[in-house]
Design a protein around this ligand. Structure first.
Ligand SMILES: Nc1ncnc2c1ncn2[C@@H]1O[C@H](COP(=O)(O)OP(=O)(O)OP(=O)(O)O)[C@@H](O)[C@H]1O
Length: 246
């Protein structure tokens, strides 16, 4: 995914300023930076969610397979660029099964056998299958927070996206669930392009191949995660990763 001259606004507030970055395929890229620097806004521009906010505006290009996503139907874009949010948000009135099947049904899959197969596959990929296979018809809200987050990951994977955006996916989870989500990201990056916003620098160091540091709406530095954390070029990156601010 290639981002070129990307700007974003909320009303008059210029939130992202001329972002240029190439997010490599089948790798995990971490987006780090202090609160309010524009991390969530940035990933929301990658699946056309930003423009759903009131007074929001976007300028620039986001190319996926050489096509600018801003020239496509946003619904189609969101099918190939899936998103997982900070707080697990399963559909509360739906069963575990239906939470994963909903996107497939919307995509026109009706055959029960096919739905069952795809739901199982997605739950397997999200490392949740063994925990829920005997209670697929129970409400999603009966799951723990960590399980609900993995369910949301399964829901995003079910429609077979190319890119998975994750906005602090483990920040509301306990340490064990966090570890499971991190292990999952390690696996998923073999098959998907993963972009993950995190406040946790150890987490970025553990799971991301590349890391991008944002500050006040600008991309300050982008490179190999080990370089960003050990030999950053920009003094502002160094100040941030050594805890001098943020
Ligand atoms: N819906 C919105 N309407 C108006 N301003 C917004 C909206 N969402 C975010 N902002 C503003 O845009 C700026 C960037 O916010 P954003 O959520 O992208 O930052 P962030 O780096 O993800 O922050 P955090 O780490 O605290 O989640 C902030 O100044 C924020 O107040």
């Amino acid at each position: 995914m290639s981002v070129q001259n990307l700007h974003a606004w909320y009303g008059a507030q210029h939130t992202l300023k001329d972002i240029n970055i190439h997010l490599e395929e089948k790798m995990a890229t971490a987006i780090i930076g202090p609160s309010g620097c524009g991390k969530s806004t940035f990933i929301r521009c990658l699946n056309r969610m930003h423009e759903t906010a009131p007074y929001a505006k976007v300028q620039g290009q986001v190319k996926l397979a050489d096509q600018d996503i801003y020239s496509l139907d946003p619904v189609d874009v969101r099918r190939v660029v899936g998103m997982v949010f900070q707080k697990p948000n399963p559909f509360p009135t739906m069963s575990i099964f239906d939470n994963v099947a909903v996107g497939l049904r919307l995509g026109g899959i009706r055959r029960q056998s096919e739905l069952r197969e795809r739901v199982e596959q997605s739950l397997q990929m999200a490392a949740l299958w063994d925990e829920v296979k005997d209670r697929l018809n129970k409400p999603a809200t009966a799951l723990s927070g960590g399980q609900q987050q993995r369910l949301c990951i399964a829901r995003a994977l079910a429609v077979e996206p190319d890119v998975l955006l994750m906005d602090e996916p483990a920040s509301a989870l306990d340490p064990i669930s966090t570890m499971r989500v991190e292990e999952l990201v390690q696996q998923l990056k073999n098959d998907y392009t993963v972009v993950i916003v995190t406040h946790n620098m150890q987490q970025a160091a553990r799971i991301a191949d590349k890391t991008a540091f944002f500050l006040q709406g600008e991309l300050i530095e982008f490179g190999e995660t080990t370089t960003i954390f050990t030999k950053p070029v920009d003094s502002r990156t160094e100040d941030y990763i050594t805890g001098r601010f943020g």
